[in-house]
Design a protein around this ligand. Structure first.
Ligand code: SAH
Ligand code: SF4
Ligand code: F3S
Length: 470
């Protein structure tokens, strides 16, 4: 079952499991865990690994927090909102922990990489039992063990992660779906965009060995997985930390050869490293989906420079042109920050102009949020909140009609859909995604989940499409 994990971890897992199994025999009630994940796909995938560890130590997943024996928050620090939510949740658990002292409460993820955040927890949320960082996931069994033995708060964080840790490399994941999977191809980030905290929470950029990635995906294919999403903060610079020449395009080519895998996605791409080789690979490789998430952040060259993004609006538009030429049906999505320090009306209008020119299929839009420790946090001329909000609304007013217009192109077309789940509101309705990443609803039987089917689009909306199976 467990291959490659170090002896210490296996032993710690066995200890925790024996204890949980013993209590299960005594009480007749299985130990349960509750997990909440904030932030990006990296964190989601880390949570899948944490779930795997917990389930191999005798815990069962529950969505009933009050009733669980182990509660864990996998946190994000990218914007203030994400941070405040976690503090809110932890505060609300004080009472539960008082009533149920045997409950273990753990906090991990990006917030815990910051000393300031750890200190807040240690001083104001003393009912937290276990704290660990983004490079210590594999140590969770040891940390639970230590807590069980000492009943004292356990803290384990590596501040400046520079290497790939062998145990994390071989850690398995309890994946949320049985047909599509996240696969890490690299960790960390070296770009230091001036607004962003990620390089401080995830450490330096490190690429996994291609052979390990390929092996993982081959195993997924053997288990019936059809789609993989390759994860990295900047996948376009994949391979730069390897001792030999191996580009992201080359990796895609290798993954494209794996039988059983039908769709390949990846995120995130940084425009500064989007090579012609990669564009050609996207055009040529049949399994690579016709969708690219290419965060632009701003349309103003002055702001892009202050953000340390290392491309101009013109460079970006040229990339879009090349992409559309090479992959005619490509859907393009992006991230945009509104209200970066010093952003003037003129700068913002450049963003609106860029959005009009690119004509995105979808976009994640964010209000700039000050992150202590980043360069932008120290910049003068922070934009007042009312102006940020007003620009944010104007941006959405431009984006939404463009999304709708793009979706209109799908009317009456037949698209291949990977069926993902039953709709939350109507059990006769299924949802799935096209290769271009469009969310599509249609009537069908839940046996179709995990299958690739053809759907004819009948109704077009701004954020979703509707159709029927043919
Ligand atoms: N590595 C990825 C994304 C990382 S964070 C990339 O470079 O694209 C995801 C998004 O959060 C970013 O693209 C950016 O738009 C947004 N973001 C990051 N820091 C932010 C901040 N301080 N305020 C507001 N949005 C931020
Ligand atoms: Fe943050 Fe920039 Fe790295 Fe993305 S590329 S994680 S925005 S520093
Ligand atoms: Fe958040 Fe960490 Fe991801 S800060 S966006 S969870 S890398």
């Amino acid at each position: 079952m467990v291959k490659g994990l170090s002896q210490e971890i296996l032993e710690a897992m066995a200890h925790v499991k024996a204890r949980n199994d013993f209590e299960y025999k005594q009480t007749g009630k299985k130990k349960t865990y509750f997990i909440e994940t904030y932030g990006c796909q990296m964190n989601e995938h880390d949570s899948e690994k944490i779930s795997w560890l917990l389930e191999n130590m005798g815990y069962e997943l529950t969505d009933n927090k009050e009733d669980s024996d182990f509660i864990i928050y996998n946190t994000c620090l990218v914007r203030e909102n994400a941070e405040l939510k976690v503090y809110g949740q932890l505060g609300a658990l004080k009472d539960l922990k008082r009533r149920k002292p045997e409950l273990i409460l753990a906090v991990c993820g990006c917030m815990m990489q910051r000393e300031e955040a750890r200190n807040v927890i240690l001083s104001k949320y003393k009912h937290v039992d276990i704290i660990f960082g983004t490079s210590n996931i594999h140590k969770l069994p040891q940390l639970i063990n230590r807590f069980n033995q000492t009943n004292e708060t356990v803290v384990d964080v590596v501040e400046d992660n520079k290497e790939i840790i062998d145990d994390i490399e071989v850690l398995e994941a309890n994946r949320k779906y049985s047909f599509k999977a996240f696969v890490n191809i690299m960790y960390g980030c070296n770009n230091f965009c001036s607004y962003c905290i990620v390089p401080y929470t995830r450490g330096r950029e490190r690429s996994r060995e291609p052979k390990n990635i390929i092996r993982e995906i081959e195993e997924l294919a053997a288990k019936g997985y059809k789609e993989v999403t390759l994860l990295g903060q900047n996948v376009n610079s994949y391979g730069k930390t390897l001792d030999y020449d191996f580009s992201f395009a080359k990796l895609l080519e290798e993954v494209n050869k794996i039988d059983g895998i039908e769709r390949i996605r990846f995120m995130t791409s940084h425009p500064k490293d989007l090579s012609d080789e990669l564009i050609m690979a996207m055009a040529k490789l049949d399994k690579v989906c016709e969708h690219l998430h290419l965060p632009v952040q701003s349309g103003s060259n002055r702001i892009l420079k202050a953000m340390n993004r290392k491309y101009t609006k013109e460079d970006y538009l040229l990339l879009i042109e090349k992409l559309r030429k090479a992959v005619p049906d490509i859907a393009i999505s992006t991230d945009i920050i509104v209200g970066f320090p010093g952003e003037t009306e003129e700068d913002f209008n450049e963003t609106l102009d860029l959005v009009e020119k690119v004509r995105y299929d979808s976009a994640f839009t964010f209000l700039y949020s000050i992150r202590e420790g980043t360069r932008a946090a120290k910049m003068e001329e922070q934009v007042p909140d009312e102006i940020k909000h007003e620009r944010f609304q104007r941006l959405l007013d431009v984006l939404y009609p463009i999304f709708y217009e793009n979706n209109l192109k799908y009317k009456d077309r037949v698209v291949e859909v990977l069926v993902e789940e039953v709709s939350k509101n109507n059990e006769k309705v299924l949802s799935g995604r096209s290769r271009t990443g469009k969310l599509i609803h249609f009537e069908g039987d839940k046996d179709l989940i995990g299958k690739l089917i053809d759907v004819k689009i009948t109704t077009v909306k701004t954020f979703t499409l509707e159709g029927h199976i043919i």
